[in-house]
Design a protein around this ligand. Structure first.
Ligand code: FRU
Length: 517
């Protein structure tokens, strides 16, 4: 009997999933949902229309929430809402109705969410713990008339784990009369001082506010006017504490995104490692570092209250240089895979690594590992009839002078060149597929400076989806995330040994990745 019920429920589930996949397909577009050209298979993307930054990342009562900047009426940016999805494993996602709609106080820009366990806000009722969203209101009408006071901060709460939201009647909780850029509040509970801390950005610097109740906020310090990269306005801050791997030392990490001036043009995310005493953040190193060297990982922030104590990051897999013109029809853009952040010390230098969560392995069907050896100055091509998108490629190597190239029968290709002499990885997407939608999408090579790894052999791991590639070197110490739009799947993986010694690729594996949709 139990078995029968299980089979019926499973069949119903499969039926509902297929139904959801085809619902939108009947609306004048013959291609089923999540089967469209370029549609990511193991990354989160909205069913339809425009998405940018991840917002309100928080874990509560068994669910990882992913809110996101969303415009439900077109595939380009517009009046912002908070879209919503949830996951129990950070691999599969369930779409939820829109959480926050624009109102007379403005569009709903980026922000965060917290679990107010002690009901400091007073929003809780009948023992129900409130989930509180803290976001930026943006007044487009004021901007159009030349006003500068377009951005203020507001809050809303939910008593049913994110399904329905009530906006606070006395919004805005932080007003603004002078600043043009004043946004993206990231709030967390600072247990040492028993108060909420908000990191906010104000053009060329970050501001920190403190509050006992999430409603009344006091500015306590600022950071960054004369530190870090300033090629664009500062956006989407995040501040959190991490243990240095293998030690008991604790450091604070500040993430700051910049809309232009990233390492390979356009958007990018820098980080600072230092200390936060509950009031002030001080950076240890004057030079900032890039969280990701590729062009397509922006506005990333981390989860509050993740149950296993991990610091989990999700970024928006696009770049403001061309985000609104990428060649997808029904939806636009996707998120990176959720990644764990960890802090490592090598000599005097702290490095923040970002690396896919282990549970991603549950959808990767791995081949048996083999060792590949290429003689000096030789090439080896591997052909995969079923296509390489989506897939994972990984191996370990001590060699730093080689090239990997993924290509299809049309000659579209993406190259990843390890150049040990200059200590660089050079990523070439100039012939990767469609690229003319924006002149600067693929007109130059992308560079990544390799850190000192403090060891001989590196792990190289590539995650390839239908329109993205994520490269992780040495467990995420150096990372590149890029979009690409090949018109047919890559099928050939070629290695080229550019050195005078054998190229040993140890434990080489090509795994297929199952669709999460
Ligand atoms: C970053 C950003 C944020 C802003 C949001 C608007 O991509 O510009 O600063 O809140 O997008 O959609």
């Amino acid at each position: 009997m139990k078995k029968l019920v299980f089979i019926c429920v499973s069949l119903l589930f499969v039926h509902c999933k297929e139904q959801a996949k085809t619902d939108l397909a009947t609306e004048g577009n013959p291609v089923a949902l999540y089967d469209e050209p370029f549609r990511p298979q193991f990354h989160f993307s909205p069913q339809a229309n425009w998405m940018n930054d991840p917002n309100g990342l928080v874990y509560h009562e068994g669910l990882y929430h992913l809110f996101y900047q969303y415009y439900p009426d077109a595939t380009v940016w517009g009046p912002m809402h908070w879209g919503h999805a949830v996951s129990t494993d950070l691999v599969h996602w369930e779409h939820k109705p829109i959480a926050l709609f624009p109102d007379e106080k403005g569009f709903i820009f980026s922000g965060s969410a917290v679990v107010d366990k002690n009901n400091t806000s007073g929003f809780g009722k009948d023992g129900k713990v409130p989930l509180v969203a803290i976001y930026t209101y943006f007044r487009m009408d004021i901007e159009k008339t030349g006003g500068r006071n377009t951005q203020t901060q507001g809050i809303a709460y939910s008593l049913d784990n994110g399904d329905t939201w009530v906006k606070y009647a006395d919004n805005p909780i932080i007003d603004n009369t002078t600043l043009k850029d004043f946004r993206d509040p990231k709030v967390f509970w600072h247990s040492e001082t028993k108060r909420w801390i908000m990191a906010l950005v104000a053009g060329d610097h970050a501001q920190f506010y403190a509050s006992k109740n999430l409603k009344d906020w006091q500015l306590v310090s600022t950071f960054g006017k004369d530190q870090g990269a300033h090629g664009g306005v500062w956006e989407c801050p995040d501040l959190f504490k991490l243990k240095v791997a293998g030690t008991d030392e604790e450091k604070w990490v500040l993430l700051i995104s910049i809309g232009s001036g990233g390492p390979n043009g356009g958007s990018g995310t820098q980080y600072f490692v230092g200390d936060f005493d509950g009031t002030r953040f001080t950076a240890d190193q004057t030079n900032y570092k890039w969280l990701d060297w590729g062009t397509d990982n922006y506005a990333g922030v981390t989860y509050n209250d993740s149950p296993d104590g991990k610091r989990i990051f999700i970024g928006w897999m696009s770049n403001w240089q061309y985000a609104v013109t990428t060649p997808t029809e029904r939806w636009r853009s996707a998120m990176t895979v959720p990644r764990e952040l960890s802090l490592h010390k090598n000599g005097d230098t702290y490095t923040l690594r970002n690396y896919p969560l282990p549970q991603l392995d549950s959808i990767i069907q791995k081949d048996t590992a083999t060792n590949l050896t290429l003689a000096p100055n030789s090439e080896k091509s591997l052909f995969f009839e079923e296509g390489l998108q989506p897939s994972e490629i990984r191996f370990n190597t001590a060699n730093t002078d080689f090239k990997m190239e993924l290509s299809n029968e049309k000659g579209e290709r993406i190259g990843i060149i390890f150049d040990g002499t200059s200590n660089l990885v050079i990523l070439d997407r100039t012939h990767s597929g469609l690229k003319d939608f924006q002149p600067n999408f693929a007109n130059t090579l992308q560079y990544m400076v390799l850190d000192d790894f403090g060891q001989e052999e590196q792990e190289v791991r590539v995650l390839l989806d239908n329109s993205s590639l994520e490269l992780f070197v040495n467990g995420g110490q150096n990372v590149m995330t890029v979009q690409l739009f090949p018109t047919t799947a890559y099928t050939t993986l070629k290695f080229q040994n550019n050195s005078k010694t054998n190229l040993e690729l140890k434990g080489f594996q090509k795994g297929s990745i199952a669709s999460i949709w």
